[in-house]
Design a protein around this ligand. Structure first.
Ligand code: PMP
Length: 362
């Protein structure tokens, strides 16, 4: 048995060991084809099955209604920051952006290039420690859309409820919490996520789009950047990231075998609680960044009382085999990313490390 490390990377991040083993097993001869998935034509029946099965699994696990469809795109969540306003903002209407962190800021900055955007709410003044309450959101019923970031990977906050926006299309960047719990997809006009946290390796971007939105899109944009191009071609307009889609399909099978999204959600709560209860019981030795009601179950952010102590903590964490605990380079501090594939034992081991470090340093 190979020694696997405790991987708390923020993305790309831990993948289920059984998925890696299956990929290894199938690498040289994929299901009797005499080649790997990577070597299959994307027009072959063998690949098409992989592709369509991944779409079907995602629909099943997220209970995606028939009003919506799944697209596999490239360019990461970052290209969605541009594609969304390109397709839906250039209609003379405005779009509201809920500002809850660096990724919302990036999405907003990009959208400004294409039309009129404004802050529908912002928690920047409070150093992005929280998610606005639903009654703090201010947007217009005539807007092109309202955009939010469901989980803030850097600050460690997460939406618990989503607004009912009526006729205003609700768009969410779910890069860092998609597939971590059941969600009501029907509330959203468009959901997007880079795969490299809960879904698989980097390279695929999942988009779940309400079909009627496709008809409202602006048309004078490059072919590859139109959602309708990919929709009309079952995400096979050009060569898709075939290996990434295969891995995504296997991750989805793993989630199904674990009992689906309710089972995953329960496990994620358990993992996050192990760390949050340690922070809360530390008498201020560990200082959580997010306000308790906005805490993310995916990215658990905290600080120590001084920069020196924090540095020592991070060094010892690394020496003890915990990888990826450093906060994002933009804000520093500590961050444990406990995505779906991070086992409960990893969080339990880190909890014990935190308690021991506190005992030795206070
Ligand atoms: N949105 C969120 C919430 C993210 O966490 C990230 C990446 N960490 C991005 C967008 C950017 O994703 P990508 O690197 O796939 O473009």
């Amino acid at each position: 048995q190979v020694q696997r490390t405790y991987n708390f990377n923020a993305g790309p991040s831990a993948l289920p060991i059984s998925v890696l083993e299956k990929a290894q097993e199938e690498l040289i001869d994929f299901r009797g084809t005499g080649m790997s998935v990577m070597e299959l034509s994307h027009r072959s029946k063998a690949y098409e099955d992989v592709h369509n099965q991944a779409i079907a699994s995602l629909k099943e696990l997220l209970s995606i209604p028939d009003t919506h469809e799944v697209l596999f795109l490239q360019g990461g969540a970052s290209l969605q920051f541009s594609m969304i306003p390109m397709n839906f903002l250039q209609t003379g209407k405005k779009a509201g952006y809920v500002m809850t962190g660096s990724w919302s800021e990036k999405a907003f900055t990009e959208a400004k290039l294409f039309g009129e955007v404004y802050h529908a709410a912002s928690t920047k003044e409070g150093n992005y420690r929280s998610i606005p309450t639903l009654d703090q959101l201010q947007y217009n019923s005539t807007d092109a859309y309202l955009h939010l970031t469901s989980n803030n990977t850097i600050y460690g906050t997460q939406w618990k409820d989503f607004p009912d926006t009526g006729d205003v299309p609700l768009i969410a960047d779910m890069s860092s919490d998609i597939l971590s719990k059941p969600i009501d997809v029907s509330k959203f006009a468009l959901i997007y996520a880079g795969a490299q946290k809960n879904l698989g390796p980097s390279g695929v971007t999942v988009v779940i789009i309400r079909k009627d939105l496709l008809e409202q899109a602006h048309t004078a944009i490059p072919t590859m950047l139109k959602y309708s191009t990919h929709s009309k071609n079952n995400s096979l307009y050009n060569t898709p990231p075939t290996f990434g889609i295969y891995m995504l399909g296997e991750v989805l099978n793993w989630v199904r075998e674990l009992g689906g999204l309710s089972a995953i959600a329960e496990q994620n709560e358990k993992k996050a609680n192990l760390i949050y209860e340690t922070i809360d019981a530390s008498n201020g030795f560990y200082i959580g960044h997010a306000t308790p009601d906005s805490r993310s179950l995916m990215n658990l952010t905290f600080n120590l009382a001084s920069k020196d102590l924090e540095k020592k903590f991070l060094e010892q964490a690394k020496q003890s085999g915990f990888v990826g605990v450093n906060g994002h380079r933009s804000i520093g501090g500590c961050r444990v990313s406990a995505y779906n594939a991070v086992p409960v034992e990893a969080c339990q081991a880190f909890k014990e490390f935190m308690i021991q470090f506190q005992t030795e340093n206070s």
